[in-house]
Design a protein around this ligand. Structure first.
Ligand code: ADP
Ligand code: MG
Length: 270
């Protein structure tokens, strides 16, 4: 059974009628899914609907077969919402603690986890993201990449089954992007991950790619199929990575199938 199932989901803001115009999708447990699409295509709105931060205009969201009814404030819904953690784009907007340690503890305290267990998890997850030496630092003193790693540790510590990263690397410098992507790639198949991005280079990690355009899913498939569909990418206003342009040039010039295969393996890691 799919861990996330969405059926004919629609959402409108006051002045934007079809922010989500009828989306259906299924994500399997442990899958690593990338959602790509240009600015304003509805990615963040979809993420907020999945977390219960926005209430759908119509349609259904099921988490592990249970319908998420965002308008209901009951325990069952809270339990469902707590199965999903989200890391947002701006690393500065997601800190509540005075120190890194307080910050990771915050979600755990909210979940009424007992003190000793909190200490254990802070230790475990700060280590996992390579931030264990920074526990007493103030979040403001960290680089963007470090902040996002702390945000990820906070979510991992809460042990959510599903993690949504909403352009979590888009405001980082290249070093920060590398740091965060390396943490994310280590989580592959340990958690269900939805990585929202408009950077097509981030897609190579994905088991499945979903392309959004104007509030709709316009394509879905494996990375290779999506990346090689130039027309689709242009239509969705996405910038084709240089590596793919190179691959297509090698193909068109028919230099050698071996070279083509090697470049293909290098790009898609398979
Ligand atoms: N809080 C909001 N109020 C009104 N319109 C919004 C709001 N947030 C997003 N929108 C609009 O909804 C559409 C989808 O936006 P969004 O989901 O943020 O796209 P993406 O994350 O793909 O950039 C856009 O047209 C955007 O302008
Ligand atoms: Mg967005």
């Amino acid at each position: 059974m799919a861990i996330i199932k969405v059926q004919d989901l629609k959402f409108e803001y006051q002045d934007i009628k079809n922010a989500i115009g009828g989306v259906s999708l299924e994500i399997e447990e442990g899958e690593f899914v990338c959602i790509v699409g240009h600015n304003g295509s509805g990615k963040s709105t979809l993420a907020k609907l999945l977390c219960g931060l926005l209430v759908p205009t119509s349609g259904h969201i099921y988490i592990d077969g249970c319908e998420l009814k965002a308008e209901l404030e009951n325990e069952e819904n809270d339990m469902l919402r707590r199965r999903i953690g989200i890391v947002f784009q701006n690393p500065d907007n997601q800190f509540v603690g005075v120190t890194v340690k307080d910050d990771i503890a915050f979600g755990l305290e909210n979940r009424q986890i007992e003190r000793n267990e909190i200490i254990k998890r802070i230790d475990e997850y700060s280590r996992l993201v390579g931030m264990d030496k920074f526990l007493d630092r103030s979040p403001e003193s960290l680089s963007g990449g470090e902040k996002q790693r702390v945000a990820i540790a906070g979510i991992l510590a809460c042990d959510t089954d599903i993690i949504i990263l909403d352009e979590a690397t888009s405001m980082l410098d290249p070093k920060g992007v590398r740091e965060v992507l390396s943490v994310i790639s280590n989580l592959k198949h340990k958690k269900t991950i939805i990585n929202i991005t408009h950077n097509l280079n981030e897609m190579v990690l994905a088991d499945k790619v979903i392309v959004m355009n104007e509030g709709l899913i316009t394509a879905s498939g494996d990375v290779k199929t999506i990346l090689e569909n130039e027309e689709l990418l242009k239509e969705a206003n996405l910038v084709i990575p240089d590596t793919i342009k190179l691959l297509n040039m090698i193909r068109d010039s028919k230099i050698s199938e071996d070279v083509e295969d090697e470049v293909c393996q290098l790009i898609f890691h398979r």
